[in-house]
Design a protein around this ligand. Sequence first.
Ligand SMILES: NC(=O)N[C@@H](CC(=O)O)C(=O)O
Ligand SMILES: [Zn+2]
Ligand SMILES: [Zn+2]
Length: 432
Amino acid sequence: MKLLLKNGCPVDSRNELPEKVDILIENNKIVKIAENIDENDTEIINLDGTKVLPGLIDMHVHLREPGYEEKETIKTGCEAAAAGGITTVAAMPNTDPIADNPATIELIKARAQEALVDVVPLGSITKGSSGKELAEIGFLSRSGVKGVTDDGNPVMDSEVMRRAMEYSRPFDLPIISHCEDLNLAAEGVMHEGFYSTKLGLKPIPAAAEEVMIARDIALADLTGARLHIAHLSTARGFELVKAARENGIKVTAEVTPHHLTLTDADLQEYNTAMKVNPPLRSVDDRDTLIKAVKDGQLSVIATDHAPHTYEEKMGTIDSAAFGISGLETALSVLHHYLIRKGNLDWNQIIELMYYNPAEILRLDKEGLKIGSIADLTIFAENESWTVDTDKFKSLGKHSPYNGQELTGTVKLTIKDGKIIYDNRGGQGELIY
Ligand SMILES: NC(=O)N[C@@H](CC(=O)O)C(=O)O
Ligand SMILES: [Zn+2]
Ligand SMILES: [Zn+2]
């Protein structure tokens, strides 16, 4: 099987490429990249100057299977990823059962074989993510997990976290930390500040995140572990990470598209689609995070795609579940709000959503290069679309961007040399 993509604008500064290229794909691999390729008996697609990116990696995705298939399944979550131009997702272990053992990892891997995109399993740090007793991190590593995390919960006990970090080292696994002091966060539902007072909603102080980041950095320094901070949301949290990196401590951090584009003021209409953990923060926090990614001081953008059922997200802010569906809007949101405004460029996107997550998870990714697996994302910058959660492939229908017009559209997603998502006619068709 052959596929020839003509006139694409490649984005990959780590491989030297002309401004416009043709890419020939044979079976599952890129076999030729050149300014002009003539080839017979092949399907030809003219990309008309749209962007060609290496297939993106989202290292923070809640696929919910096994156990919460009413929220999402591996199949539907991977369909949402394909529609978002993402060809690899790391699956969070807060399923039921928690992915704290090899059997559950094997089940996830087996079910993921039928899925449209690659699923990289993550295991939990502690048994049942209860924060009490370490999971069998060695066995998890042997069954193929690429990181460990109790995401959804912090590891509150510092001694347990220390031991987890020590155990992670011989397996070269990153510890992905959900930084939240549960005593400080208490029953809070939104960021503590002017708006929590104005709206009469229970607050979560920025310090609930910051004290745990500070603790984890101290423990990473003590143990030499690789620490990755999940969904960083505060300015001081960023300053802590930056200072630790400058001191040679092995810490990376990720930020979500929603924390880069929204703030606590967006809760004023009591829209539960804005309820997420960590909460949308202040303008100052958001602007600090934007500057951090712009300056290349943050490693990763990840969606923290956290789908829930309609019932779980209806009702009041107090009662609704934390979490939003992010896979299908991420790239367009980043383009619309950041790239278009000069706060981020395409090569940075590739660092943040491809090379850096690949390095943290130890995935072998070489970008747009002869011999690479042909996982590609084709993105049209000049075409707009209106977010309509009813049309989401994800079962999670809650997005803070619902109803918004975004500039920039995923046109095609190619996985292993095969088109898995075709949006050229605007229909957003999935192809198995
Ligand atoms: N981000 C969220 O608001 N929710 C996540 C948990 C998490 O990422 O901590 C979930 O699993 O629903
Ligand atoms: Zn989390
Ligand atoms: Zn999460």
